[in-house]
Design a protein around this ligand. Structure first.
Ligand SMILES: *Cc1c(COP(=O)(O)O)cnc(C)c1O
Length: 500
């Protein structure tokens, strides 16, 4: 045997688990932001691969010396950047189990358990998030991939499966995709990669105070496209936009689409535009019955994706894509070369068990369901729900402090766990919040955000809102308690006075 033996693995593996446990314990003492400069890690590593085996101790030493400083500690209790990117230890165990099994998921036959555990956990979470009965889910790597898959299915439905003929290149009129200007960048990327073209991606206006998509503006945009001979093909609705966690009004979008002019126009092959719900970040909150209103109207949608790998905390990568019509999806994605066919295919269809290769892009799939299965079984939904509620309350608490403090402003509704705020020095804005001196305000905001991040004491993300910089405080790391957010609020008030 040329590689590591199971016995050598046992020894090294125990050492690695000890190292991970120790690492998790000391994270609160580490700087939150990575402390390396670009190129520093490349320079610290040899230019060529080793010919001879090295000791595990040497590898572990480099993990400590080279890798740890090169990581922004998203598991840190004072990580408030981008979005929660939790890696619950229960799910880490599932990920290790998946790697240890070394299963290959290419067809049901190659690892029936890989498929069927995924059927079970996706169905558990369908029910727990209030998605319609009959919708079926699969695990993808990311919400970006899920959105691409949804838009490919939308394209094929709108073109009566053009892929099997001339494809988009033979379509008589452009197909149009609609979304909010606040939608995640992956939505535009998916629309471009699916071949719709940037000219056919409409950024529908939003409500100026809630930043949620304006259904009247959607109706107007659709009418204009139909009048010009173009064909509305898909709407991507954001439940929890990336900037401000705005919640687009799904039920109203569905009502607009029910009235799409020309929808049934004879001979055009026009079908109802596909509705994909991008709930990558906010989907975790659907585990709370009191938040199900966010997807009111879901019965009129076609697909929804969310990331257990964000706030809920199943380690990356674990994104769920649910579709109302799994058969249609399989038609779009299916390939059936002879070496993958088997006599079990008919039994599978009869048992209602999917060939997941036909539900997405890759053929070979990891046993990702295990990390979700471990996470749900070892932590339990009750504790996960309690943590999500804690974070919602903490965000409201912080917003209250900010609103009460002169010189500070909360800039968007706190609809989830993110608070968008700004400190406004005298003369930079009016009492109503209209910006008087944008450059001075931006310079101030970016300077204090960098001071916070550079201190290593906390990590926040600046972002543009209505053309001006603000700072997003995204609460939801597993370790973050109210006391951590109180400490952050103290830090922010000190840092704007240059008094760290
Ligand atoms: C994070 C996020 C994405 C992208 O998620 P990935 O899984 O990293 O591709 C897409 N949409 C929204 C709303 C998000 O919050």
């Amino acid at each position: 045997m040329s590689g590591m033996t199971p016995e050598e693995f046992r020894t090294a593996g125990h050492a690695l688990i000890d190292w991970i446990a120790d690492h998790r314990e000391r994270i609160p003492d580490l700087p939150v932001r990575a402390t390396v400069a670009p190129g520093e890690i490349v320079a610290a590593l040899p230019p060529a691969a080793p010919e001879q085996p090295e000791s595990f101790a040497a590898v572990l030493a480099d993990l400590e010396r080279v890798v740890v400083p090169g990581i922004t500690q998203t598991q840190h209790p004072r990580f408030y950047g981008w979005f929660p990117s939790n890696a619950a230890l229960a799910s880490v165990l599932g990920d290790i189990a998946s790697s240890g099994l070394g299963a290959l998921g290419i067809t049901w036959q190659s690892a029936p358990a890989l498929t069927e555990v995924e059927v079970v956990v996706t169905e558990w979470l369908r029910a727990e998030t209030g998605l319609p009965q009959g919708w079926r889910g699969a695990i993808h790597d990311t919400a970006s991939t899920a959105c691409l898959v949804a838009l490919l299915a939308a394209r094929e439905r709108a073109t009566d499966n053009s892929e099997f003929g001339g494809g988009l290149q033979s379509e008589p009129a452009p197909l149009v995709v609609y979304t909010s200007p606040h939608a995640h960048s992956s939505v535009a990327k998916a629309a471009l990669l699916a071949g719709f073209g940037a000219d056919n991606l409409r950024r529908v206006e939003v409500d100026p105070t809630t930043y949620a998509l304006d259904p009247a503006a959607l109706a107007t945009a659709i009418e204009a496209d139909v009048a010009a001979g173009r064909r509305p093909a898909a709407v991507v609705v954001a439940i929890g936009t990336t900037g401000t966690t705005a919640i687009d009004p799904l039920a109203e979008v569905v009502r607009v689409l029910d009235r799409v002019p020309g929808r049934a126009a004879a001979g055009t092959g026009a079908v109802r535009p596909w509705v994909h719900v991008d709930a990558a970040m906010a989907g975790s909150a659907l585990l709370l019955p009191e938040r199900r209103w966010m997807i009111e109207g879901i019965h009129g949608a076609d697909s929804l994706s969310w990331n257990p790998h964000k706030w809920m905390g199943t380690i990356l990568d674990c994104s769920l894509l649910y579709v109302a019509d799994a058969e249609q999806l399989a038609q779009v994605m299916s390939t059936n070369p002879s070496y993958l066919r088997s006599s079990a295919d008919e039994d599978l269809a009869r048992a209602g068990v999917p060939q997941y290769k036909d539900w997405g892009i890759p053929l070979g799939r990891r046993f990702r369901a295990l990390k979700l299965w471990f996470h749900l079984r070892l932590d339990g939904l009750e504790a996960i729900r309690a943590r999500l509620r804690r974070d919602l309350e903490t965000a409201n608490w912080l917003a209250d402090q900010v609103r009460r403090t002169p010189g500070w402003r909360v800039l968007a509704p706190v609809s989830l766990q993110t608070v968008c705020l700004r400190h406004e020095p005298p003369g930079t804005v009016t009492a109503e919040g209209d910006v008087l001196d944008g450059p001075a305000l931006d310079a101030h905001t970016l300077a204090w955000a960098e001071a916070v991040n550079g201190s290593g004491l906390a990590f926040v993300s600046p972002a543009l809102l209505d053309g001006t910089w603000m700072v997003r405080i995204s609460i939801g790391a597993e370790a973050t308690e109210r006391t951590d957010v109180a400490a952050l609020w103290d830090l922010l008030q000190r840092v704007v006075k240059n008094n760290l």
